[in-house]
Design a protein around this ligand. Structure first.
Ligand code: ADP
Ligand code: ASP
Ligand code: MG
Length: 436
């Protein structure tokens, strides 16, 4: 049994769904668990529905209608009028409508998960119906019956033992009905049967959860790029495709923000030595990238840019040293607020951390420690990580940037930078008075 994952980009319209079906035709003799994301940018659209609903702006229904219509349009391109899929999807939409009619509870994250999961639910139902239509016998599985999480809404923590037991009990019998089982990425369920999500872009992680729990032979994620490249092609030209990567290398890249694979994806695969293939859905015959057990490869410089970073310079109000007991309090607070610390450095009287800037959280952090600490923040920064760096790459990356913080550990270099603003000509007369 193998696990395949198709993300939003591969399912953005009817032609995308047809292309996915044609890829799957090549694998009709194999047992596959197929994990799919919401279509295109649906999750962003549903986030807007949630925001409008919680704020009761009166626009939630309208935005929800637009979400529905987008899917109906795709279905009209894929199915004859009167196909039973229209009833199936309509029933799913109604569940969301009921929710929007009620008064919102005050738990934003809980509401978010109950509404945003609609994207994956309808996408998987539409794709299942289409695969069956083209004679690829496919059984639909509700991922929430398998993926058990705690009740940390929007970032559910997987309860592995329960998830594995569910997967091994529920999934194998489904293959008696046909070779393909399709399910949703991104979603799970609490012990009280409320929906949770696993964090944005979490469908890669879902595929990895299924792979681990079912001891898959391999996992393949189908992307709009040739494979894993040595840098994000949206930011750099002349990127190089990496044919093979070790788990370790892939973990390092994704941990520091290479968004091609969700950071939690690799570890479960590494634990069971399951190879991961990153393939192009635009060129399915091409080899892509193989990520597998540690290889002695010579890598080119690999660059990862994580935007939206902030530096927090922390010092004690009484000017004492920032010592271990302080750090334990600071890190405890950061963990409570789910602030992700990417780098740190301490001197005798100050402690600096580089964190991903999630709205509100830094403010909450500063407030929570303000009885003991003074915190100075610098926002709008980038964290650049270079694996296997050389001087030429470093020099190129520093152009136009001011380096605020830099660190080298073995073959990894990190730098926190800000763009140097263009120097404006100052209309100031050096004799003292302003020029006209
Ligand atoms: P999905 O459709 O599965 O959600 P994503 O859009 O999340 O796929 O991931 C694919 C995108 O990741 C690519 O289009 C590319 O812009 C981006 N990306 C960032 N870093 C890299 C990298 N190192 N190699 C390849 N793609 C990268
Ligand atoms: N649909 C979810 C998102 O956009 C999960 C995913 O695509 O991986 O974040
Ligand atoms: Mg994605």
């Amino acid at each position: 049994m193998k696990v395949f994952k198709f993300g939003g980009a591969s399912l953005k319209d009817a032609a995308g769904v047809q292309n996915v079906a044609s890829i799957l035709q090549q694998f009709s003799q194999e047992q596959l668990v197929i994990v799919v994301s919401a279509m295109g940018k649906t999750t962003n659209a549903l986030e807007e529905v949630v925001a409008a609903y919680v704020k009761q702006t009166g626009q939630a229904q309208e935005l929800y209608e637009a979400f529905k219509e987008k899917h109906y349009a795709i279905m009209r391109d894929l199915f004859e009028p009167g196909d039973e899929v229209f009833t199936v999807i309509n029933d799913t939409f109604v569940e969301g409508e009921w929710m929007l009619e009620e008064k919102p509870s005050d738990n934003y994250d809980y509401i978010y998960d109950q509404i945003v999961c609609m994207g994956e639910l309808v996408s998987s139902k539409i794709v299942a119906a289409y695969l069956n239509k083209v004679n690829l016998k496919t059984t639909w599985l509700d991922a929430r019956d398998v993926v058990a999480t705690d009740n940390t809404y929007r970032e559910g923590w997987v309860i592995w033992e329960k998830t594995q037991a569910n997967a091994q009990k529920i999934v194998p019998p489904l293959f008696e009905q046909g070779n393909f089982v399709i399910t949703q990425g991104f979603i799970g369920s609490t012990s009280e049967n409320f929906t949770t999500t696993l964090g944005r872009e979490g469908s890669d992680y879902s595929a990895s959860i299924f792979s681990f729990c079912l001891n898959a032979e391999s996992m393949s994620i189908w992307k709009d790029v040739a494979g894993v490249l040595n840098a994000d092609p949206r930011l750099f030209e002349n990127t190089i495709k990496l044919d093979r990567l070790s788990y370790r290398e892939a973990i390092e890249m994704t941990y520091y923000g290479a968004s091609v694979i969700h950071p939690k994806t690799i570890k479960p695969l590494q634990n069971k030595n399951i190879p991961l293939y990153v393939k192009s859905f635009l060129n399915p015959e091409a080899a892509g990238t193989e990520i597998s057990s540690d290889l002695e490869e010579a890598y080119p410089p690999i660059i990862v840019v994580e935007k939206n970073q902030a530096l927090l310079h922390i010092s004690t109000l009484d000017y004492s040293f920032v010592a271990e007991h302080h750090m334990s309090r600071l890190f405890g607070k950061a963990a409570d607020l789910r602030i992700f610390v990417n780098m740190m450095q301490n001197t005798a009287i100050s402690f600096t951390i580089c964190v991903t800037n999630v709205p509100d959280r830094i403010e909450k952090f500063i407030k929570a420690v303000s009885d003991e600490f003074k915190v100075k923040t610098e926002e709008g920064l980038e964290l650049i990580t270079i694996r296997h760096y050389n001087q030429e790459t470093i020099d190129n990356l520093k152009k136009g940037k001011m380096v605020l913080f830099e660190e080298r550990i073995r073959n990894t270099m990190h730098m926190v930078v800000k763009n140097i603003p263009p120097i404006e000509r100052r209309e100031v007369d050096l004799a003292g008075s302003k020029a006209s």
